[in-house]
Write a protein that binds this ligand. Structure first.
Ligand SMILES: CC(C)(COP(=O)(O)OP(=O)(O)OC[C@H]1O[C@@H](n2cnc3c(N)ncnc32)[C@H](O)[C@@H]1OP(=O)(O)O)[C@@H](O)C(=O)NCCC(=O)NCCSC(=O)CCC(=O)O
Length: 339
């Protein structure tokens, strides 16, 4: 099986839409709505097309797809946002503590509060990670996720100093969110599912607009809501594990919509960015070597796949299949990282 990660194009709309229908909802970056997906692909097309020297950091979106090169089918997708919160503010709840002491009662009381912040504005974001259920558990999820870090390494100047990733929060058996029911739901007159559907079609700005702006004491929330603050949806555990392996951590920021954890990392400290090698290809006939992710090309021409590598003093040797998939020849520069 040969799989390649490449830039998405407008022709990928149908497979993206079909995958979006499989997410089960609550997946902000991959809404099952053709118009939203079309708009995303158009925006990505503009971002892939913007090139030149001395580019400012801008609010760009890159959409990637995983293609089976034997069948031509698109089986997975992922996204990169270069800078969130540039035009519209980026809201998070931050879990903070307030400790008070009463001399008369000889008592010290610590309360937890959710405080609305824009602390994460300016961060880059990775998201929209989805692999077709039939392709799971074979390492393709890792290829999709980690190829983005090689993309960031290859276009470092377009990304911020920190990267965030939002994991979906807990949704109950009936498709409801205990966090939403306890906070957002009180102000919107909408169930979580209704808000999620509205979100898919119109974007999530309405949530930030109507969310209560004052701190919320967690002691006043239902037990069910308190229990899920900062916990990922069970389906998101693989994504969380991959983020942790890349040096992302949970620092008390949660999604204002469903209470899911926001994972954060310093860009230059992300394992796959820090360890990425950028060297010229010196051999494309390598028979056996270290398993690696190998990437080549810039912007719309970026490609990434699994292959074998051998790092040498003068560059890198790769296997012929990877060289074909990446369309590289001797002398071309490639990015790589051990698998
Ligand atoms: C997330 C992916 C793409 C992952 O693909 P696979 O399931 O094939 O993963 P994999 O390659 O088999 O495994 C990747 C790593 O996760 C670990 N792993 C797998 N299942 C696990 C589980 N239930 N609990 C804890 N860890 C688990 C594996 O051991 C491995 O880590 P080791 O190598 O250490 O053994 C997929 O599961 C998927 O499409 N899920 C549904 C959509 C989803 O939840 N997407 C994430 C949304 S959140 C988002 O988009 C933001 C985050 C982001 O973009 O990165």
């Amino acid at each position: 099986m040969s799989f390649i990660i490449r830039a998405a194009t407008p022709a990928d709309l149908q497979p993206l839409y079909e995958m979006a229908k499989l997410t089960g909802g609550g997946f902000t970056n991959l809404p099952p709505d053709r118009n939203s997906l079309t708009a995303k692909l158009e925006r990505a097309g503009q971002s892939f097309a913007r090139d030149g020297e001395d580019l400012d950091l801008a609010d760009e979106l890159f959409v990637m797809v995983l293609e089976n090169t034997e069948t031509g089918e698109v089986r997975g997708t992922s996204q990169l946002f270069t800078q969130v919160g540039q035009s519209l503010p980026f809201y998070s709840y931050r879990l903070t503590t307030l400790t008070q002491h009463s001399i008369e009662l000889e008592r010290t009381v610590t309360a937890e509060m959710l405080v609305l912040t824009n602390d994460l504005g300016g961060c880059s974001e990775v998201g929209g990670l989805f692999l077709h259920p039939n392709e799971r558990a074979g390492g393709l999820g890792l290829l999709l996720a980690r190829s983005r870090y090689l993309y960031i390494a290859a276009h470092r100047e377009r990304f911020g100093d920190r990267i965030l990733a939002e994991l979906r929060g807990i949704i109950d058996d009936r498709g409801g969110s205990p966090f939403w029911d306890a906070i957002g739901g009180k102000f919107f007159g909408m169930s979580f599912q209704e808000a999620d559907e509205f979100n898919a079609v119109n974007g999530n700005q309405f949530i930030a607009d109507l969310m209560p702006k004052h701190p919320v004491y967690t002691a006043l929330l239902s037990e069910e809501a308190r229990k899920v603050i900062g916990l990922p949806h069970p389906n998101g555990r693989a994504a969380m594990r991959m983020l942790e392996n890349e040096n992302f951590s949970y620092e008390g920021y949660v999604d204002i919509f469903d209470g899911g954890p926001t994972m954060l990392a310093r860009t230059d400290n992300v394992t796959s960015i820090k360890n990425a090698a950028h060297v010229p290809v010196v051999d494309i006939e390598l028979e056996a070597g270290e398993k690696a992710l190998i990437a080549a090309g810039r912007l719309a021409n970026f490609r990434c796949c699994y292959g074998a590598r051998e790092l040498r003093d003068d560059g890198i040797a790769i296997d012929s299949r990877a060289a074909d998939l990446l369309r590289v020849a001797k002398g071309d520069m490639v990015w790589s990282i051990a698998r």
